[in-house]
Design a protein around this ligand. Structure first.
Ligand SMILES: [Zn+2]
Length: 244
């Protein structure tokens, strides 16, 4: 089971959540929203080799935390995974757009200079500017667009740019999300929960809720669930071997 985008440090009881992920053998990409959160979040998962902690600076708080870019730069050489990063074009964050763009482009520049990273990227209401930024920095690494919600046209541009995608039950609950997934290359798709932000059954998603996406993918792809699981694990292996 794979949850390639979870905020483990933001659950009410992160240690119990981590223990449950370990007990269920889940591969988790534990994302952070600030560089200063990285050390504490990584410490949650010592002795949990299937959980990796990514270094992030979330677009929704870029204006408050841009002062942490030097810490981002300092930690980056030790990192393999970066996120959550990106841009958010929602009306409540629009006035901080210049800060968001400055932080995101600096992060991509640093990743490119470091030789590229595996990046989990937020692009809510900002698919085109995110793709513009990625196109401007092709050396930044492999972009995984999490919970992609752009248009079909933006999706095909993302596919052409080599982007990957992570999708979860919240995204697949809607017709729009399912029709986007239909057009994503199967060998560039992973599952995610985006917990505890994303909702499942009216409550915060757990990392293991990412597994519900497998059955929806099986329907969309007209494939047996076992084959879908194998495909997703193959994808994860290929991804983690890249940029080695
Ligand atoms: Zn997230």
């Amino acid at each position: 089971m794979i949850d390639f985008h979870a905020h483990l440090d933001l659950y009410p009881d992160p240690n119990t959540t981590v223990r449950e992920c370990v007990a269920r053998n889940i591969y988790v990409l534990s994302v952070t929203t600030t560089p200063s959160a990285w050390a504490g979040t990584a410490a949650l998962t010592t002795g949990a080799p299937r959980i990796r902690t990514a270094l992030g600076l979330h677009p929704q708080i870029a204006h408050e935390r841009k002062g942490e870019l030097p810490l981002f730069e300092q930690l980056l050489p030790r990192m393999r995974y970066v996120g959550e990063i990106g841009l958010d074009g929602g009306p409540e964050y629009r006035r901080h757009w210049p800060d968001q763009e400055q932080v995101f482009s600096r992060v991509l520049e640093l990743c490119a200079r470091a030789g590229g990273r595996i990046m989990t990227i937020h692009s809510r209401r900002a698919a085109t500017p995110v793709l513009d930024a990625l196109q401007a920095r092709p050396g930044a690494g492999i972009a995984i667009l999490h919970w992609f919600s752009g248009t079909q046209k933006e999706l095909s541009r993302a596919v052409d740019l080599g982007c990957w995608f992570s999708t979860g039950p919240a995204m697949l609950a809607g017709e729009k999300g399912r029709s986007l997934v239909m057009k994503m290359p199967r060998d560039r798709v992973l599952t995610e929960s985006d917990g505890p932000f994303a909702q499942v059954d009216g409550r915060a998603a757990w990392p293991w809720d990412a597994d519900r996406a497998v059955e929806t993918l099986a329907q969309i792809w007209s494939q047996p669930v076992n084959e879908v699981r194998r495909q997703l694990l193959d994808n994860l292996r290929r991804l983690t071997k890249s940029l080695a």
